[in-house]
Design a protein around this ligand. Structure first.
Ligand code: GLU
Length: 318
């Protein structure tokens, strides 16, 4: 079976170094296995995703030395390569779930859900039994007020076990994320439905992404089961951390590819730094994506997160 791997950027800003590192791994893994590498733009967030970022993101990845067999700019036989053009399909997949009784309308606002969480919560509280009961209690009133519901996945108590190709055996509880939103109250599509529906539509059988999304995989595997679709292999890549040890984020201004491009940094320096952080080369040196591919062995990759150092930045000339 031909490997079909993908990288799925969200064009909400310029890509940071962590995004570039995941994209590089996705490319190397697909090409190492003589597979196809697909670029898919995840632009369902109609407010935050911008066409100019989409254009910039593709240019940033090409500057890095990546090339894709299919994508929004080169076409391919699994188009569209932009999520915004697949809304009708998302609708069909949502109807399948609804017809089989796996969804429910939810009238609770974020505020309602937060207020319901009895203890202070780290992050946003997951949606479970208490939230469902509160939703039932408040629904008639919210309906009378003309409020639109979001559509949530009705989960069950289930342990989901799978073998991540990178980080090994995982046992996750579906209840951790709970009844996730599939379509928001304002009609916007939510990540969990879009990503699974898209990967199914595009015959993607190798998902490479940052390990901040590892926890979502239980929900995704449950959706594959409900859709009766073959599941892809997952490779969750440990994150690249900023020099302060914190996660990189576009919003907090982490170092971007665009800023390196603008500063005329040689992209092979960045590839070298990313390869070094992954354990693919032993010292900081410039390397091209092709050289890296010729010597690539997935077994060599570090299984730990990597924190950028000031030496790394000075290697880039910063
Ligand atoms: N669009 C997501 C991101 O930019 C990646 C989602 C995925 O690969 O499943 O982080």
């Amino acid at each position: 079976m031909t490997i079909r791997g993908r990288y799925a950027p969200s064009p909400t800003g310029y890509l940071h170094l962590g995004n570039a590192r995941t994209a590089l791994v996705a490319y190397l893994l697909a090409k190492f296995q003589d597979g196809e590498f697909v670029m898919r733009v995840e632009d369902i967030d109609l407010q935050r995703c911008k066409p100019e970022f989409q254009k910039a993101n593709l240019a940033e990845l090409r500057w890095l030395g990546l090339d894709w067999d299919e994508g929004p700019d080169v076409g391919g036989s699994f188009s569209p390569y932009i999520q915004r053009e697949r809304f009708e399909f998302f609708k069909t997949k949502l109807s399948e779930l609804t017809d089989a009784g796996h969804t429910f309308p939810c009238y609770l606002s974020r505020k309602d859900i937060q207020e319901l969480a009895s203890a202070p919560h780290e992050g946003f509280p997951s949606y479970g039994v208490a939230q469902r009961a509160e939703n039932e209690r408040l629904s008639p009133q919210k309906q009378a007020e003309g409020k639109q519901p979001s559509i949530r996945l009705k989960t069950i108590d289930k342990t989901i076990a799978f073998e991540d190709k990178f980080v090994g055996k995982q046992t996750l509880e579906l209840s951790t994320l709970g009844d996730v939103v599939l379509r928001r109250a304002d009609g916007m599509w939510a990540y969990h439905l879009a990503v699974v529906a898209d990967d199914i539509a595009m015959n993607i059988n190798q998902v490479v992404r940052g390990d901040d999304l590892l926890g979502s995989t239980a929900t995704h595997l449950y959706l594959y089961e409900l859709f009766d679709a073959p599941v892809p292999d997952y490779w969750h890549v440990p994150l690249l951390l900023d020099t302060d040890g914190k996660r990189m984020a576009k919003r907090k201004g982490s170092l971007t590819l665009k800023s390196l491009q603008d500063a005329d940094v040689n992209p092979e320096k960045l590839v070298g730094l990313l390869a070094y952080s992954l354990g693919l080369i032993d010292s900081l040196e410039s390397v091209s994506v092709n050289e890296l591919l010729n010597n690539f062995n997935p077994q060599d990759m570090n299984k730990d997160a990597y924190q950028l150092t000031t030496e790394d930045l000075s290697f880039l000339g910063l």
